[in-house]
Ligand binder design. Structure first.
Ligand code: AMP
Length: 681
C-alpha cells in the first residue's frame, strides 16, 4: 500500500474525521488526514522555520556581544545595533511565531510549559534589548543588550523541534487504511439476475451482492445463496476461517475463501462493522494524551520559578535601590531562565533513541510513547497473530499403535485430504509438502459433512474424523486448544493429527520478563473461549475471550480510568481502536495497515522478543532524558535565584559572562550525553 506522506507533518491539528467520511471512499488518495491527535500542538514546519531563520539569526549572533562579552568572531560597527534590532524584529515575528502560538495553547489548557517558557524568554530578551538600543541612541549611554541570547534561543529551539520531528516516523492514516479494506466496487445482482458493477459507496441495504472466491466482502450482510469459508482473522481475531452458509452473517472487509457467495446487504455506512471501528479510532484519537513529557513539566516549573523570582526581585530591588536596578535584575532573571540546553536535551535523546530503535526493527512514531512505556502497569496483548502465529498449522501428527510409521501415516492423511477443501486439508497439504512426503492416491474419497473425510485405498476403508465422530476415548496426548482428527482404518484408530494456532516461540519469554518488570500481562482476544483458554493457560496469564473491538476499547479505557498506564499490543483491525487509545500502542509489523497506522510503535519483525527490546529502549531513553534534563535545566534552577540577586547582599552574584559560559557548557554536555545512549549496557 502506498502511504501518503503527511507533508506538513508538524501540523498536529485535530481534524473532524467524520467530516471526511464521504470523501474517504471516493478519493482517498488525496485526503491527508492529520494523525494521532491529542498530542502537544506544534505549529509550523520546523525545518523550514529553522532554515529560513538562520540567515536572520547568524548576523545577529556575529554583531551582538554575548552577555556583554565579545567573542572572537564578533564585531560591531556604528549603527550595527540598529541592523541587529531590525533583524531581531524580523526573527521574532517569523521564528518566534510557533512558540507564541504554542504558548497560547498551553495557557488555554492552564498548563504553561516549554512554549510558555520560551515565549517568555524571547519576549523579555527582545524587548529589553530594543529598549537598550533606544537608550543608547537617545542618551548615548551604554546599556547591555540580550540580542545574542534572543537569537540563539530562537535558533536552538527551532533546531531542537526540527530534530525531534525528523526523528519520529510518519503517523499513518488509520481511517484511510480502514476504508481500503472494502473493495472499491461491488457486483450487484439485479432482480432479473443480471449483474452490474457499482462503487461500494452506492450500495444500499437490501441489495444483493455477489462475492467471488478470494475477494473481500463489500458490506455487512447475510448469505442468501452459496457457502464458503470466510477468513475474519484480521477483523475479529478468530484464528480459524469459519464456515459460512445460507443465513449466516458476514462482515464487510473479511475475505471470502473458495466458494461464491450471494450476500444481502444489511448494514451500510454508520452501523457497519468497519464504520464502528472507524468511529472508535476517531474517538480514541481525539482524547488528549495523558503524557506530559518530563521536559515539559520541568519547563513549567522553570516558568513559574522565573516569574516568581522576577517579580520578587523587581519589588525588592525597587525598594532597596532604584527602578533601573530593579528592571535590570528582573530582566536578567527572566533571560537566565531561558533553557537553551533544554531545547536540545530531549530532541537529541529522541533522535539517538529512534535511530537505535530503527536499527533493531522498532519504529517509533510517537515520542511520548517512548517515555510512557517505561511507566507501564499493564500490557494488554492480542492473541491471534501477536502471541500466536495466527496460522492454522499442524502441531502434531502421531501414530496410535505401531502398525504404521509416521511417514506412512502422513502420506495416508495427506492422501485422504485430497478430497477436501477444509482448512484442515489445506494445512495438512502445506505440512506434507514441507516434509517432501508424497500423498497416497486414494481410489475414492467422500466428505462427511461437519465430521471429516472418508475414502478407500488398497481395499481398505479409511476415515479422518473428529474425536466426536469417532466416539471413543483415546489415550493420546494432544496440544491444548488444538483441533484433533483421528485416522481410522476399518474402525481401528491408527493415528491422529492435531492442528492449531501455534504459540510464537518467544511469547513465553516475553510473559516472564513482563512479570519481572512488574508489568501485568493480560490477553484480550476475539477468538473463542476454548482457543483463548488454551493459550492463556500455557502462558500463565489472565485472559478475556470473545472480545469485540468495542470490548477491547472498553477494557483499555477501564484500565486507564484506574489510573494505570496501558500498553496495548496487537495486529488486527479489531485491535486498532485500542491501539490508538492505549498510552502506548504497539503494532506487530506483519499486521494490518489499520493497526500499524493506529499504533505509536511498530515492531517490523513480528517477534514478541522485540517488545522486550522496546521496553529496554524505553527505559534507557527515559533515563537519558532525565539525566539530560538535570544537566540542561539544573543550571537554570541554580542560576535563577542568583540572577535575581538573592545573594547580592553578601557579594555573590552571577556575572553575565560566567552565566553565559555555564549556559553554553550545559548545552554541550547535554549533546554529548545524548549521543552516548546505547542499547546494551
Ligand atoms: P468443522 O465443523 O468443519 O470445523 O469440522 C468439525 C471437526 O470435524 C473438525 O474439528 C475436525 O476434527 C473434523 N473434520 C472436518 N473436516 C475435516 C477434514 N477435511 N479433515 C480432517 N478432519 C476434519
Amino acid at each position: 500500500m502506498v502511504k501518503t506522506k503527511n507533508k506538513n507533518k508538524d501540523h498536529h491539528e485535530h481534524m473532524d474525521h467524520n467530516h471526511h467520511e464521504h470523501m474517504d471512499h471516493n478519493h482517498h488518495e488525496h485526503i491527508d488526514h492529520s494523525h494521532h491527535a491529542g498530542h502537544h500542538h506544534h505549529h509550523g514546519n520546523f525545518k523550514e522555520l529553522f532554515l529560513k531563520s538562520l540567515p536572520l539569526g547568524i548576523p545577529i549572533l556575529i554583531l551582538s556581544p554575548m552577555m556583554g562579552i565579545s567573542l572572537p568572531f564578533q564585531f560591531t560597527f556604528q549603527y550595527s545595533d540598529i541592523v541587529v534590532a531590525v533583524l531581531s524584529t524580523m526573527l521574532l515575528i517569523y521564528g518566534g511565531k510557533p512558540f507564541y502560538q504554542g504558548a497560547v495553547d498551553e495557557f488555554k489548557q492552564k498548563a504553561p510549559g516549554m512554549m510558555a517558557l520560551v515565549s517568555l524568554g524571547i519576549s523579555v530578551s527582545y524587548l529589553y534589548s530594543i529598549y537598550a538600543v533606544v537608550i543608547r541612541i537617545v542618551t548615548d549611554e551604554h546599556m547591555m543588550d540580550f540580542f545574542f541570547e534572543f537569537a540563539s534561543l530562537v535558533l536552538i529551539m527551532l533546531l531542537g523541534h526540527w530534530i525531534e520531528m525528523k526523528a519520529v516516523g510518519d503517523a499513518g492514516d488509520a481511517q484511510k487504511s480502514l476504508a481500503e479494506l472494502l473493495p472499491k466496487d461491488a457486483q450487484i445482482v439485479l432482480e432479473d439476475e443480471s449483474i452490474v458493477t457499482r462503487p461500494v459507496t452506492e450500495l444500499v441495504v437490501g441489495d444483493t451482492v455477489r462475492v467471488q472466491a478470494g475477494e473481500n466482502i463489500p458490506a455487512d450482510g447475510i448469505i442468501i445463496r452459496g457457502d464458503s469459508r470466510v477468513n475474519e482473522a484480521l477483523l475479529t481475531g478468530e484464528s480459524k476461517p469459519t464456515e459460512k452458509k445460507i443465513d449466516d452473517q458476514v462482515i464487510g472487509g473479511s475475505t471470502n475463501g473458495e466458494g461464491i457467495l450471494f450476500v444481502r446487504v444489511q448494514e451500510t455506512g454508520e452501523k457497519s462493522f468497519i464504520s464502528q471501528v472507524k468511529t472508535l479510532i476517531s474517538e480514541a484519537q481525539s482524547q488528549p494524551s495523558r503524557a506530559e513529557g518530563l521536559a515539559n513539566k520541568v519547563a513549567g516549573w522553570l516558568f513559574y520559578i522565573a516569574v516568581v523570582f522576577a517579580v520578587i526581585a523587581f519589588f525588592v530591588w525597587l525598594f532597596l535601590a532604584d527602578l533601573q536596578t530593579a528592571i535590570s535584575f528582573t530582566v536578567t532573571t527572566l533571560v537566565i531562565a531561558c533553557p537553551h540546553a533544554l531545547g536540545l536535551a530531549i530532541p537529541l535523546v529522541v533522535a539517538r533513541s529512534t535511530s537505535l530503535g530503527a536499527s533493531r526493527g522498532l519504529l517509533v512514531k510517537d515520542r511520548e510513547a517512548l517515555e510512557l512505556a517505561n511507566k507501564a502497569d499493564v500490557m494488554v496483548l492480542d492473541k491471534t497473530g501477536t502471541l500466536t502465529t495466527g496460522e492454522f498449522k499442524v502441531l502434531a501428527l502421531e501414530a496410535i499403535g505401531n502398525k504404521y510409521s509416521k511417514e506412512e501415516l502422513t502420506a495416508l492423511i495427506a492422501g485422504i485430504e485430497a478430497g477436501s477443501s477444509h482448512p484442515i486439508a489445506q494445512s495438512i497439504s502445506d505440512y506434507t509438502n514441507q516434509l517432501g512426503i508424497k500423498p497416497i492416491s486414494f481410489d475414492s474419497i467422500d466428505v462427511i459433512s461437519g465430521a471429516g473425510v472418508e475414502g478407500d485405498y488398497d481395499s481398505k476403508n479409511y476415515k479422518l474424523i473428529s474425536q466426536k465422530e469417532y466416539g471413543q476415548e483415546l489415550d493420546i496426548e494432544v496440544p491444548v486448544g488444538a483441533t484433533i482428527s483421528i485416522l481410522v482404518q476399518e474402525s481401528e484408530a491408527i493415528g491422529y493429527v492435531a492442528l492449531g494456532d501455534e504459540l510464537k516461540e518467544t511469547s513465553i519469554d516475553l510473559i516472564k520478563t513482563l512479570k519481572e518488570r512488574g508489568i501485568q500481562p493480560l490477553m484480550a482476544t476475539g477468538d473463542n473461549e476454548k482457543a483463548a483458554k488454551a493459550v492463556a493457560q500455557k502462558l500463565g496469564i489472565e485472559y478475556k475471550a470473545n472480545q469485540s473491538p468495542q470490548d477491547k476499547y472498553d477494557l483499555v479505557e477501564t484500565l486507564k480510568n484506574e489510573d494505570k498506564t496501558v500498553i496495548m499490543v496487537g495486529d488486527g483491525v479489531n485491535d486498532a481502536p485500542s491501539l490508538a487509545l492505549a498510552d502506548v500502542g504497539l503494532a506487530i509489523g506483519a499486521g494490518t495497515q489499520v493497526a500499524l497506522d493506529s499504533a505509536d510503535i511498530v515492531l517490523t519483525q513480528s517477534d514478541p522478543k522485540d517488545i522486550n527490546s522496546f521496553l529496554d529502549l524505553s527505559r534507557k531513553t527515559s533515563r537519558k532524558m532525565t539525566e539530560n534534563l538535570a544537566w540542561g535545566a539544573g543550571y537554570n534552577f541554580i542560576a535563577i535565584p542568583l540572577a535575581a540577586g538573592i545573594l547580592a547582599p553578601i557579594g555573590l552574584s552571577l556575572s553575565p559572562a560566567v552565566g553565559a559560559i555555564l549556559m553554553s557548557l550545559s548545552t554541550v554536555i547535554v549533546a554529548i550525553n545524548a549521543i552516548m545512549l546505547k542499547l546494551e549496557d
